[in-house]
Ligand binder design. Structure first.
Ligand SMILES: O=P(O)(O)OC[C@H]1O[C@](O)(CO)[C@@H](O)[C@@H]1O
Length: 243
């Protein structure tokens, strides 16, 4: 696991954007894994800017998002479909047919999970997966205790995760209780992973990730078993690391 320490959120977003753009230019038909949450917002804004400046085209890119709430329509402002359109996908030249997010509003959610996982395999697997990390070490919506071998599945969200995400809703009661997420096994099949960690509230999390043991109690710890993981972390997130 390689760690790149940067000054602040702005530098983190710039570094992550350059990293991704170099992959998009290098690979003929890149498959990107995308994340939601506050952390990648700055990155997405940079990716949009580069497109608007005419420095990049995303016509050959295929995307797979990590997760989506269940029982929420894709037009709902709290859905991850809406988030991705608002922050990235609605502003660039990627063809709609190459955009993939789990559909949390279908009746047969189990079938949706299976199909989503198979679609990633059919696309030739993810070239570069972008990840954020929850304070409890979750990746995607894989909460502590999720088997490392898990495939795309339905999860019951931890109260702490619902609490953290309630900032996007008018009250915690409105935060969905379930979601579809790529499994840890699915994420680990990505050829490369870029993890973004920002802010003081993630300082203990980053310390545990880098110095703790690999355990299902802390889902992100599995990343130690992947051969190509880069972590970009800002000074606030690094504030609990030994010099
Ligand atoms: O970037 P944030 O908002 O801290 O979120 C961290 C993680 O939590 C989630 O938003 C899920 O709660 C993930 O998608 C994200 O990677």
């Amino acid at each position: 696991m390689e760690i790149i320490k940067v000054r602040d959120y702005e530098e983190l977003s710039q570094k992550a954007s350059s990293y991704i753009l170099s992959k998009v230019k290098q690979i003929e038909s890149p498959v990107l894994g995308l994340a939601t949450g506050s952390t990648p917002e700055g990155l997405y804004s940079q990716l949009v800017d580069e497109y608007k400046k005419g420095n990049i085209s995303y016509k050959n890119v295929t995307t797979f998002n990590l997760d989506e709430y269940t029982n929420i329509d894709s037009t709902d402002p709290n859905s991850y479909h809406f988030f991705m359109n608002k922050h990235l996908l609605g502003h660039i030249d990627i063809p709609k047919t190459q955009i993939n997010l789990p559909n949390g509003s279908v009746q047969d959610l189990e079938a949706e999970c299976l199909e989503y996982d198979e679609k990633i395999t059919r696309a030739g697997k993810i070239d570069l997966q972008i990840l954020g990390i929850g304070v409890n070490g979750h990746i995607g919506f894989n909460e502590p205790g999720t088997p490392f071998t898990s495939r795309t599945h339905i999860v019951t969200l931890d109260e702490s995760t619902r609490e953290a995400n309630s900032r996007f809703f008018s009250s915690i009661d409105e935060v969905p209780t379930h979601a579809i997420t790529m499994g840890i096994g699915t994420i680990m099949e990505s050829k490369e992973i870029l993890l973004l960690v920002s802010g003081e509230q993630k300082a203990d999390t980053l310390n545990r990730l880098l110095n703790g043991e690999v355990s299902e109690d802390f889902p992100a710890s599995i990343l130690h078993n992947h051969s190509k993981v880069t972590v970009i972390a800002d000074a606030a997130a690094c504030s609990k690391l030994a010099e």
